[in-house]
Ligand binder design. Structure first.
Ligand code: NAD
Ligand code: GLY
Length: 393
Protein backbone atom coordinates (compact mmCIF):
# COMPACT_ATOMS: atom_id res chain seq x y z
CA UNK A 1 0.00 0.00 0.00
CA UNK A 2 1.30 3.40 -0.93
CA UNK A 3 0.28 5.30 2.18
CA UNK A 4 1.69 8.74 1.67
CA UNK A 5 0.35 10.28 -1.53
CA UNK A 6 2.66 13.27 -1.93
CA UNK A 7 1.63 15.55 -4.72
CA UNK A 8 5.14 16.23 -5.99
CA UNK A 9 6.84 12.93 -5.53
CA UNK A 10 10.38 12.77 -6.80
CA UNK A 11 12.03 9.41 -7.23
CA UNK A 12 15.58 10.40 -6.45
CA UNK A 13 17.85 9.44 -8.13
CA UNK A 14 15.60 8.32 -10.94
CA UNK A 15 17.81 5.76 -12.65
CA UNK A 16 17.66 2.47 -10.78
CA UNK A 17 21.06 1.34 -9.53
CA UNK A 18 22.80 3.80 -11.81
CA UNK A 19 24.50 6.32 -9.63
CA UNK A 20 27.71 6.15 -11.62
CA UNK A 21 26.64 8.91 -14.03
CA UNK A 22 25.79 11.39 -11.29
CA UNK A 23 22.75 11.74 -9.09
CA UNK A 24 20.83 14.34 -11.04
CA UNK A 25 19.15 17.37 -9.50
CA UNK A 26 18.49 17.70 -5.80
CA UNK A 27 14.91 18.53 -4.87
CA UNK A 28 14.12 21.12 -2.19
CA UNK A 29 12.68 18.49 0.15
CA UNK A 30 14.37 15.16 -0.41
CA UNK A 31 11.86 12.40 -0.78
CA UNK A 32 12.86 8.91 -1.73
CA UNK A 33 10.17 6.58 -3.00
CA UNK A 34 10.78 2.87 -2.42
CA UNK A 35 8.98 1.17 -5.26
CA UNK A 36 7.91 -2.26 -4.05
CA UNK A 37 4.50 -2.87 -5.66
CA UNK A 38 1.90 -3.22 -2.89
CA UNK A 39 4.62 -2.66 -0.28
CA UNK A 40 5.81 0.68 -1.74
CA UNK A 41 6.49 3.56 0.64
CA UNK A 42 8.11 6.95 0.93
CA UNK A 43 11.08 8.14 2.92
CA UNK A 44 10.76 11.82 3.76
CA UNK A 45 13.87 13.67 4.92
CA UNK A 46 13.44 17.10 6.44
CA UNK A 47 14.62 19.02 9.49
CA UNK A 48 11.86 19.37 12.09
CA UNK A 49 9.80 16.44 10.79
CA UNK A 50 9.45 14.79 14.22
CA UNK A 51 7.16 17.54 15.50
CA UNK A 52 4.99 17.19 12.40
CA UNK A 53 4.49 13.41 12.63
CA UNK A 54 0.84 13.64 13.73
CA UNK A 55 -0.07 16.01 10.93
CA UNK A 56 1.75 13.86 8.36
CA UNK A 57 0.13 10.62 9.52
CA UNK A 58 -3.29 12.25 9.62
CA UNK A 59 -2.75 13.29 6.00
CA UNK A 60 -1.65 9.80 4.96
CA UNK A 61 -3.66 6.79 3.94
CA UNK A 62 -2.88 5.08 7.26
CA UNK A 63 -6.18 4.83 9.06
CA UNK A 64 -5.05 3.68 12.52
CA UNK A 65 -5.90 6.02 15.37
CA UNK A 66 -4.22 3.81 17.99
CA UNK A 67 -0.46 4.20 17.84
CA UNK A 68 2.08 2.20 19.86
CA UNK A 69 5.30 4.22 19.98
CA UNK A 70 8.27 1.95 20.66
CA UNK A 71 11.52 3.61 21.71
CA UNK A 72 14.48 3.08 23.99
CA UNK A 73 14.83 4.89 27.30
CA UNK A 74 17.59 7.20 26.07
CA UNK A 75 15.89 8.27 22.86
CA UNK A 76 12.50 8.57 24.58
CA UNK A 77 13.97 10.96 27.17
CA UNK A 78 15.07 13.30 24.37
CA UNK A 79 12.39 12.96 21.73
CA UNK A 80 9.22 11.11 22.86
CA UNK A 81 7.51 14.21 24.22
CA UNK A 82 7.67 16.01 20.87
CA UNK A 83 6.37 12.92 19.05
CA UNK A 84 3.56 12.14 21.51
CA UNK A 85 2.39 15.77 21.57
CA UNK A 86 2.35 15.87 17.78
CA UNK A 87 0.35 12.62 17.57
CA UNK A 88 -2.12 13.67 20.27
CA UNK A 89 -2.73 17.08 18.69
CA UNK A 90 -3.58 15.36 15.40
CA UNK A 91 -6.20 13.17 17.11
CA UNK A 92 -4.18 9.97 17.62
CA UNK A 93 -4.22 8.00 20.88
CA UNK A 94 -0.57 7.04 21.38
CA UNK A 95 0.92 4.77 24.04
CA UNK A 96 4.67 4.80 24.75
CA UNK A 97 6.62 1.55 25.26
CA UNK A 98 10.30 1.79 26.11
CA UNK A 99 13.11 -0.75 26.25
CA UNK A 100 16.55 -0.29 27.81
CA UNK A 101 18.98 1.21 25.28
CA UNK A 102 21.42 -1.17 23.62
CA UNK A 103 21.80 -4.30 21.55
CA UNK A 104 20.79 -6.67 24.36
CA UNK A 105 17.20 -5.35 24.04
CA UNK A 106 17.01 -6.79 20.54
CA UNK A 107 15.72 -10.08 21.91
CA UNK A 108 12.77 -12.43 21.69
CA UNK A 109 12.03 -11.68 25.35
CA UNK A 110 11.78 -7.95 24.63
CA UNK A 111 9.59 -8.60 21.58
CA UNK A 112 7.19 -10.73 23.63
CA UNK A 113 7.08 -8.18 26.48
CA UNK A 114 6.28 -5.38 24.04
CA UNK A 115 3.51 -7.40 22.36
CA UNK A 116 1.95 -8.28 25.73
CA UNK A 117 2.13 -4.67 26.93
CA UNK A 118 0.46 -3.53 23.71
CA UNK A 119 -2.35 -6.08 24.18
CA UNK A 120 -2.86 -4.88 27.76
CA UNK A 121 -3.06 -1.29 26.46
CA UNK A 122 -5.89 -2.32 24.13
CA UNK A 123 -3.96 -2.43 20.86
CA UNK A 124 -5.25 -4.75 18.17
CA UNK A 125 -4.94 -5.38 14.44
CA UNK A 126 -6.06 -1.80 13.68
CA UNK A 127 -3.12 -0.29 15.59
CA UNK A 128 0.02 1.22 14.13
CA UNK A 129 3.56 0.84 15.50
CA UNK A 130 5.91 3.83 15.36
CA UNK A 131 9.60 3.02 15.92
CA UNK A 132 11.46 6.00 17.40
CA UNK A 133 15.17 5.28 17.75
CA UNK A 134 18.27 3.72 16.27
CA UNK A 135 18.66 0.41 14.49
CA UNK A 136 17.98 -1.61 17.64
CA UNK A 137 14.56 -0.02 18.14
CA UNK A 138 13.78 -0.13 14.41
CA UNK A 139 14.67 -3.81 14.00
CA UNK A 140 12.80 -4.81 17.17
CA UNK A 141 9.71 -2.62 16.64
CA UNK A 142 9.51 -3.77 13.01
CA UNK A 143 9.59 -7.38 14.20
CA UNK A 144 6.88 -6.67 16.79
CA UNK A 145 4.75 -5.06 14.07
CA UNK A 146 5.33 -8.09 11.84
CA UNK A 147 4.08 -10.62 14.41
CA UNK A 148 1.48 -8.59 16.34
CA UNK A 149 -1.93 -9.97 15.35
CA UNK A 150 -0.07 -11.59 12.40
CA UNK A 151 1.16 -8.23 11.15
CA UNK A 152 0.24 -4.55 11.50
CA UNK A 153 1.75 -1.51 9.72
CA UNK A 154 4.67 0.42 11.14
CA UNK A 155 6.41 3.72 10.63
CA UNK A 156 10.13 4.23 11.13
CA UNK A 157 11.46 7.42 12.73
CA UNK A 158 15.22 6.71 12.80
CA UNK A 159 17.39 8.78 15.14
CA UNK A 160 20.96 7.56 14.45
CA UNK A 161 23.04 7.82 11.29
CA UNK A 162 23.01 4.00 10.97
CA UNK A 163 19.24 3.96 11.14
CA UNK A 164 18.73 7.02 8.92
CA UNK A 165 20.97 5.88 6.06
CA UNK A 166 20.48 2.14 6.36
CA UNK A 167 18.37 0.13 8.80
CA UNK A 168 15.07 2.05 8.61
CA UNK A 169 14.76 1.28 4.89
CA UNK A 170 14.47 -2.19 3.41
CA UNK A 171 12.22 -4.09 5.79
CA UNK A 172 14.74 -6.36 7.51
CA UNK A 173 13.42 -6.82 11.05
CA UNK A 174 14.44 -9.19 13.78
CA UNK A 175 16.16 -10.04 17.02
CA UNK A 176 19.39 -11.64 18.21
CA UNK A 177 19.86 -14.97 19.96
CA UNK A 178 22.88 -16.23 21.91
CA UNK A 179 23.96 -18.16 18.82
CA UNK A 180 24.19 -15.05 16.67
CA UNK A 181 22.94 -11.64 15.60
CA UNK A 182 19.75 -11.14 13.59
CA UNK A 183 19.12 -14.89 13.33
CA UNK A 184 15.37 -14.61 13.99
CA UNK A 185 13.28 -12.21 11.99
CA UNK A 186 11.37 -11.53 8.85
CA UNK A 187 10.91 -9.01 6.07
CA UNK A 188 8.28 -6.45 6.99
CA UNK A 189 8.49 -3.19 5.08
CA UNK A 190 7.58 0.03 6.89
CA UNK A 191 4.63 2.01 5.56
CA UNK A 192 6.50 5.29 5.86
CA UNK A 193 9.93 6.49 7.04
CA UNK A 194 10.33 9.97 8.53
CA UNK A 195 13.95 11.12 8.78
CA UNK A 196 14.52 14.24 10.85
CA UNK A 197 18.22 15.27 10.78
CA UNK A 198 17.64 17.45 13.87
CA UNK A 199 17.21 14.33 16.02
CA UNK A 200 20.93 13.70 15.45
CA UNK A 201 21.81 16.73 17.59
CA UNK A 202 21.38 14.71 20.80
CA UNK A 203 23.55 11.77 19.65
CA UNK A 204 26.81 11.26 21.56
CA UNK A 205 29.93 11.75 19.41
CA UNK A 206 30.91 8.09 19.25
CA UNK A 207 27.41 7.00 18.15
CA UNK A 208 27.31 9.84 15.60
CA UNK A 209 30.67 8.95 14.04
CA UNK A 210 30.10 5.17 13.89
CA UNK A 211 27.16 5.64 11.55
CA UNK A 212 29.40 6.95 8.82
CA UNK A 213 30.81 3.46 8.28
CA UNK A 214 27.52 2.65 6.47
CA UNK A 215 27.60 5.89 4.46
CA UNK A 216 31.22 5.24 3.47
CA UNK A 217 30.15 1.72 2.47
CA UNK A 218 27.43 3.19 0.24
CA UNK A 219 29.99 5.48 -1.41
CA UNK A 220 32.42 2.58 -1.89
CA UNK A 221 29.89 0.32 -3.61
CA UNK A 222 27.68 2.78 -5.51
CA UNK A 223 28.70 6.45 -5.44
CA UNK A 224 32.40 7.32 -5.59
CA UNK A 225 31.64 11.05 -5.75
CA UNK A 226 30.06 10.85 -2.30
CA UNK A 227 33.51 10.07 -0.84
CA UNK A 228 34.37 13.76 -1.37
CA UNK A 229 31.09 14.94 0.20
CA UNK A 230 31.73 12.79 3.25
CA UNK A 231 35.30 14.06 3.44
CA UNK A 232 33.93 17.61 3.66
CA UNK A 233 31.80 16.83 6.75
CA UNK A 234 32.90 17.87 10.22
CA UNK A 235 32.85 14.65 12.33
CA UNK A 236 32.47 16.73 15.49
CA UNK A 237 29.33 18.52 14.32
CA UNK A 238 25.92 16.90 14.31
CA UNK A 239 24.90 18.66 11.14
CA UNK A 240 24.20 16.39 8.22
CA UNK A 241 22.27 17.80 5.29
CA UNK A 242 18.94 16.27 4.30
CA UNK A 243 20.36 15.90 0.79
CA UNK A 244 23.30 13.78 1.92
CA UNK A 245 20.99 11.54 3.96
CA UNK A 246 18.58 11.22 1.02
CA UNK A 247 21.44 10.38 -1.34
CA UNK A 248 22.37 7.45 0.92
CA UNK A 249 18.77 6.36 1.34
CA UNK A 250 18.29 6.40 -2.44
CA UNK A 251 21.28 4.09 -2.89
CA UNK A 252 19.78 1.63 -0.45
CA UNK A 253 16.26 2.03 -1.87
CA UNK A 254 17.36 1.27 -5.45
CA UNK A 255 19.12 -1.91 -4.30
CA UNK A 256 16.17 -3.05 -2.16
CA UNK A 257 13.78 -2.46 -5.08
CA UNK A 258 15.93 -4.63 -7.31
CA UNK A 259 16.34 -7.46 -4.81
CA UNK A 260 13.94 -7.08 -1.87
CA UNK A 261 14.51 -10.52 -0.35
CA UNK A 262 18.24 -10.81 -1.10
CA UNK A 263 17.75 -13.66 -3.52
CA UNK A 264 19.32 -12.14 -6.66
CA UNK A 265 22.77 -11.26 -5.36
CA UNK A 266 22.20 -7.49 -5.55
CA UNK A 267 21.10 -6.75 -2.00
CA UNK A 268 24.10 -8.78 -0.88
CA UNK A 269 26.24 -5.86 -2.12
CA UNK A 270 25.09 -4.00 1.01
CA UNK A 271 27.07 -6.60 2.96
CA UNK A 272 30.33 -5.03 1.75
CA UNK A 273 32.53 -4.98 4.85
CA UNK A 274 29.90 -6.84 6.88
CA UNK A 275 31.14 -10.43 6.58
CA UNK A 276 34.29 -9.98 8.64
CA UNK A 277 32.72 -6.96 10.39
CA UNK A 278 29.90 -9.10 11.80
CA UNK A 279 32.43 -11.80 12.78
CA UNK A 280 34.36 -9.21 14.79
CA UNK A 281 31.19 -7.69 16.28
CA UNK A 282 30.12 -11.16 17.45
CA UNK A 283 33.56 -11.86 18.97
CA UNK A 284 33.18 -9.26 21.72
CA UNK A 285 30.39 -8.92 24.32
CA UNK A 286 27.33 -7.07 23.01
CA UNK A 287 27.81 -3.34 23.34
CA UNK A 288 31.61 -3.34 23.70
CA UNK A 289 32.10 -2.42 20.07
CA UNK A 290 29.55 -0.36 18.16
CA UNK A 291 28.17 -1.79 14.92
CA UNK A 292 29.84 0.88 12.75
CA UNK A 293 33.18 0.33 14.48
CA UNK A 294 33.12 -3.38 13.63
CA UNK A 295 32.05 -2.53 10.06
CA UNK A 296 35.01 -0.13 9.75
CA UNK A 297 37.36 -3.06 10.44
CA UNK A 298 35.32 -5.22 8.07
CA UNK A 299 35.66 -2.56 5.36
CA UNK A 300 39.43 -2.52 5.74
CA UNK A 301 39.45 -6.34 5.41
CA UNK A 302 37.19 -6.17 2.34
CA UNK A 303 39.43 -3.55 0.72
CA UNK A 304 42.48 -5.75 1.37
CA UNK A 305 40.76 -8.71 -0.31
CA UNK A 306 39.57 -6.46 -3.15
CA UNK A 307 43.18 -5.50 -3.87
CA UNK A 308 44.05 -9.20 -3.92
CA UNK A 309 41.09 -10.54 -5.93
CA UNK A 310 39.62 -7.58 -7.82
CA UNK A 311 42.70 -5.53 -8.71
CA UNK A 312 41.50 -2.63 -6.60
CA UNK A 313 44.05 0.18 -6.80
CA UNK A 314 45.74 0.52 -3.36
CA UNK A 315 45.38 4.31 -3.71
CA UNK A 316 41.60 3.86 -3.88
CA UNK A 317 41.72 1.72 -0.72
CA UNK A 318 43.79 4.36 0.99
CA UNK A 319 41.18 7.02 0.14
CA UNK A 320 38.41 5.02 1.83
CA UNK A 321 40.60 4.15 4.82
CA UNK A 322 41.52 7.82 5.30
CA UNK A 323 37.83 8.65 5.44
CA UNK A 324 37.11 5.97 8.04
CA UNK A 325 40.00 7.36 10.06
CA UNK A 326 38.64 10.89 9.73
CA UNK A 327 35.46 9.71 11.47
CA UNK A 328 37.55 8.19 14.27
CA UNK A 329 36.65 4.65 13.25
CA UNK A 330 39.01 1.78 14.12
CA UNK A 331 41.20 0.20 11.46
CA UNK A 332 43.37 -2.01 13.67
CA UNK A 333 41.95 -5.07 15.43
CA UNK A 334 42.21 -5.25 19.22
CA UNK A 335 44.97 -7.82 19.91
CA UNK A 336 42.72 -9.54 22.49
CA UNK A 337 40.38 -10.67 19.72
CA UNK A 338 41.74 -13.99 18.42
CA UNK A 339 41.60 -14.81 14.72
CA UNK A 340 40.11 -18.24 15.59
CA UNK A 341 37.25 -16.56 17.47
CA UNK A 342 36.43 -14.31 14.51
CA UNK A 343 36.61 -17.29 12.13
CA UNK A 344 34.31 -19.29 14.41
CA UNK A 345 31.75 -16.45 14.54
CA UNK A 346 32.01 -16.03 10.77
CA UNK A 347 31.10 -19.67 10.26
CA UNK A 348 27.89 -19.10 12.25
CA UNK A 349 26.90 -16.06 10.21
CA UNK A 350 23.76 -16.65 8.17
CA UNK A 351 25.59 -15.39 5.07
CA UNK A 352 27.55 -18.67 5.29
CA UNK A 353 24.50 -20.83 5.82
CA UNK A 354 24.73 -22.35 2.35
CA UNK A 355 28.30 -23.45 3.04
CA UNK A 356 29.87 -21.30 0.32
CA UNK A 357 31.65 -18.02 0.89
CA UNK A 358 30.06 -15.28 -1.16
CA UNK A 359 32.20 -12.24 -0.46
CA UNK A 360 31.55 -8.71 -1.69
CA UNK A 361 34.51 -7.08 -3.41
CA UNK A 362 35.04 -3.74 -5.11
CA UNK A 363 37.18 -3.23 -8.21
CA UNK A 364 36.95 0.58 -8.05
CA UNK A 365 35.13 3.06 -5.79
CA UNK A 366 31.46 3.11 -6.76
CA UNK A 367 31.36 -0.48 -7.98
CA UNK A 368 30.97 -3.84 -6.23
CA UNK A 369 30.21 -7.45 -7.01
CA UNK A 370 29.76 -10.76 -5.21
CA UNK A 371 32.71 -13.11 -5.63
CA UNK A 372 33.07 -16.84 -5.04
CA UNK A 373 36.89 -16.57 -5.16
CA UNK A 374 37.50 -15.76 -1.50
CA UNK A 375 38.69 -18.79 0.48
CA UNK A 376 38.77 -19.36 4.26
CA UNK A 377 42.56 -18.83 4.05
CA UNK A 378 41.92 -15.41 2.46
CA UNK A 379 39.61 -14.52 5.33
CA UNK A 380 42.31 -15.48 7.83
CA UNK A 381 44.86 -13.38 5.95
CA UNK A 382 42.48 -10.42 5.97
CA UNK A 383 41.99 -10.72 9.73
CA UNK A 384 45.79 -10.92 10.16
CA UNK A 385 46.09 -7.81 7.99
CA UNK A 386 43.87 -5.98 10.48
CA UNK A 387 46.61 -6.41 13.07
CA UNK A 388 49.03 -4.24 11.10
CA UNK A 389 49.03 -0.45 11.40
CA UNK A 390 47.63 1.39 8.43
CA UNK A 391 50.31 3.05 6.34
CA UNK A 392 49.78 6.78 6.02
CA UNK A 393 48.76 7.85 2.50
P1 NAD B 1 21.30 1.75 18.58
O1 NAD B 1 19.91 1.66 18.11
O2 NAD B 1 21.71 0.86 19.70
O3 NAD B 1 21.61 3.26 18.98
C1 NAD B 1 22.90 3.57 19.49
C2 NAD B 1 22.80 4.32 20.81
O4 NAD B 1 22.43 5.66 20.53
C3 NAD B 1 21.78 3.79 21.80
O5 NAD B 1 22.30 3.88 23.09
C4 NAD B 1 20.61 4.75 21.66
O6 NAD B 1 19.86 4.87 22.84
C5 NAD B 1 21.30 6.04 21.33
N1 NAD B 1 20.53 6.97 20.51
C6 NAD B 1 19.87 6.70 19.37
N2 NAD B 1 19.40 7.83 18.83
C7 NAD B 1 19.75 8.84 19.66
C8 NAD B 1 19.58 10.24 19.62
N3 NAD B 1 19.00 10.85 18.59
N4 NAD B 1 20.06 10.97 20.65
C9 NAD B 1 20.73 10.36 21.69
N5 NAD B 1 20.95 9.05 21.75
C10 NAD B 1 20.47 8.29 20.74
O7 NAD B 1 22.34 1.47 17.40
P2 NAD B 1 22.37 1.79 15.84
O8 NAD B 1 23.80 1.93 15.51
O9 NAD B 1 21.44 2.86 15.46
O10 NAD B 1 21.83 0.45 15.19
C11 NAD B 1 22.51 -0.77 15.30
C12 NAD B 1 21.54 -1.89 15.06
O11 NAD B 1 21.00 -1.74 13.77
C13 NAD B 1 22.16 -3.27 15.14
O12 NAD B 1 21.32 -4.11 15.87
C14 NAD B 1 22.23 -3.72 13.67
O13 NAD B 1 22.12 -5.12 13.54
C15 NAD B 1 21.00 -3.02 13.13
N6 NAD B 1 21.04 -2.81 11.68
C16 NAD B 1 19.97 -3.24 10.96
C17 NAD B 1 19.94 -3.04 9.60
C18 NAD B 1 18.72 -3.46 8.82
O14 NAD B 1 18.77 -3.43 7.58
N7 NAD B 1 17.63 -3.79 9.46
C19 NAD B 1 21.00 -2.39 8.96
C20 NAD B 1 22.09 -1.94 9.72
C21 NAD B 1 22.09 -2.15 11.10
N1 GLY C 1 21.80 -3.64 5.87
C1 GLY C 1 21.80 -4.61 4.83
C2 GLY C 1 20.46 -4.80 4.20
O1 GLY C 1 19.52 -4.14 4.55
O2 GLY C 1 20.32 -5.62 3.35
Amino acid sequence: MDVFPFRNRICWPDSALDTGGGLGHVPAMPLVHVDLADRAYDVVVEAGLLGRTGEILADSALKSRRVAVISDETVAAFHAETLLASLASAGFRPTLHTIPAGESSKSMTAAESLCRAMIREGHDRRSLVVALGGGVVGDLAGFVAAIFYRGIPFVQIPTTIVAQVDSSVGGKTGVNVCEGKNLLGCFHQPSLVLVDPETLHTLPGREFREGFAEAIKHAAIRDAAMLDELAALDPESRDVSADLLARNIAIKARIVEADEHETKGLRALLNFGHTIGHGIEASVPYGEMLHGEAISLGLRAALFLSERHARLDPAASARVLALLEKFGLPLVLDPHIATETVMDRLARDKKFAAGAIRFVLTDAPGGAFVSADVSPADLQDAITHLRTPRNPV
